[in-house]
Design a protein around this ligand. Structure first.
Ligand SMILES: [Zn+2]
Length: 344
């Protein structure tokens, strides 16, 4: 006995009622977006990366729990944010503590705290004694930078640099195994940035490209059985939030440079990365891509590479693009060279 309605039944009904649309279900995807490197052409980084990690809404809980489990294994609290660039730094104070590796987690935390307090107090005394205003300002800047570093890394001071890097590798390995997850990104080489339109900044160009690739992905995922929709969740960045919101509204009305936008809904939701584990995963992806293209560090990219959106048979990478004037670049991603752009 046949149960339910088959494809041919739906086609017959569609022929009788042509305006009726039949979908079994709507598949919702969440796309978490974060940046790595500075978008300003004058910034410290040579490359700017905007990365998105997309997952079916039903997979969210499993992915979030996997992140929490690994944090628990390394003694990182659930409420503490994973910020890969800060985790992978060398903490000078740890190297000053004798037999740091042999201490317990709590002893390590206390020892680093004491070492950091000593550093700040010493610099403060130096600043107070300094008569030269230029030198004094330099010391005060050192104090301000150190306080920022200490604040951003407080959650990981109980881990050695080796353990922190292993944590990042373990996380990347897990992401690489998430079969229904896809990674999208635009990598922009800022050294000779000449956008196709003058109004495009590295951030707005990267955003448009990522939106375009996500839209294509969602279009491919839709079928006669189901329709697919996606929503963007962006690491909160007040300096670009209003611009990207405006751009998204324009994409809904007029489409992007190359395509209309029909499968994404709503403007991007900007949330604080400390509240969202998946934004932290997007941070990991963006960091891995930038370190690969800028410093040829392959380890993390190799681990997450199974998740790049690719053509099914050829495995040609569709989801990630490198925009660079360097025609000799040997990275694995498809390239777009500025001179070949069509001006709009
Ligand atoms: Zn490249």
């Amino acid at each position: 006995m046949r149960l339910g309605i088959g494809r041919h039944d739906l086609l017959k009904i569609s022929a009788i009622f042509p305006r009726t649309r039949f979908f079994w279900l709507i598949l919702m995807h969440l796309f978490y977006i974060d940046e790595s490197g500075t978008p300003e052409t004058s910034g410290n980084s040579k490359q700017f990366v905007l990365a998105a990690i997309g997952l079916p809404i039903d997979f969210w809980r499993e992915a979030d729990q996997a992140l929490q489990r690994i944090k628990f294994r390394y003694g990182i609290k659930e409420e503490d944010e994973v910020h890969v660039a800060w985790m992978c730094r060398t903490y000078h104070e740890q190297t000053c503590i004798e037999n740091f590796e042999k201490l317990s987690a709590e002893e390590r935390r206390l020892a680093v705290k004491a070492e950091r307090a000593k550093f700040i107090n010493t610099r403060k005394k130096e600043a107070k004694a300094e008569k030269d205003e230029t030198k004094k300002r330099k010391i005060l800047k050192t104090i301000s930078d150190a306080k920022k570093l200490f604040n951003k890394t407080e959650a990981y001071t109980h881990l050695t640099e080796t353990e922190r890097r292993q944590f990042v590798r373990d996380l990347a390995e897990i992401v690489g195994r998430w079969k229904d997850v896809r990674i999208f990104a635009e990598i922009i080489d800022k050294s000779n940035y000449t956008p196709p339109a003058h109004s495009l900044t590295p951030t707005t160009q990267a955003f448009e490209q990522v939106v375009l690739r996500i839209e294509k992905f969602l279009e491919k995922k839709s079928s006669w059985r189901h329709n697919t929709r996606g929503i963007l969740i962006y690491d909160n960045n007040p300096s670009v939030a209003s611009q990207l919101t405006l751009n998204m509204k324009n994409y809904f009305k007029k489409g992007t440079f190359l395509s209309s936008v029909k499968h994404l809904v709503e403007v991007p939701l900007f949330i604080d990365s400390s509240f969202s584990g998946m934004v932290q995963i997007a941070d990991l992806c963006a960091y891995a891509l930038r370190r690969y293209v800028e410093f040829n560090e392959k380890e993390l990219v190799d681990l997450i590479s199974p998740r790049f959106d690719k053509k099914p048979r050829t495995h040609h990478i569709l989801g990630v693009r490198h925009y660079t004037s360097n025609t000799e670049c040997q990275c694995i991603f498809p390239h777009k060279h500025p001179r070949k752009e069509i001006s709009t």
